[in-house]
Design a protein around this ligand. Sequence first.
Ligand code: ZN
Length: 171
Amino acid sequence: VGHALGGIAAGWLVRGAPVSAPSGWRAWWRDVFVYVVLGLLPDVDLLFGAHSGPTHGLGVALLIVLLVWATKRAGDTQGFALSCGIAYGSHTLLDWLGTDTSAPVGIMALWPLTRTYYDSGLQVFMAVSRRYWQPELFWRQNLLALVRELLILVPLLGIIWRIKGRRGLSP
Ligand SMILES: [Zn+2]
């Protein structure tokens, strides 16, 4: 949930947030969907049993900017490519600010420049439990983590919405 909200916040920060778009709500929702997917995408490495590895590197965020930019045929005046890269990179930032309890601690934030793991030590966000075989602990820990994420990210999203709110996007 945190990474989904972070992705939207990052995307809106770059590209503007919807205030009213009588003809273009679909475009806004499509963008929100893209930002959510990009905000979550770095954790695909969980499927390969290698959490917080190269997919968390800002080099991949840069690659996404270039890929989206290259596939936009009519140019990219709205900054969509950049907003996609920033949405992806928001995952790196949130993980860096979070709490990591399993080794290697941190994330490969600067991959491919270095394979060093970085961790801010700030523990702004709580660790998420994946120990589903301990249901009581699992639910308590993750519920608390969720509440904390919402308390931090929803107001942030509101602020960005206030500051960056704008009317419909041109296609
Ligand atoms: Zn992650």
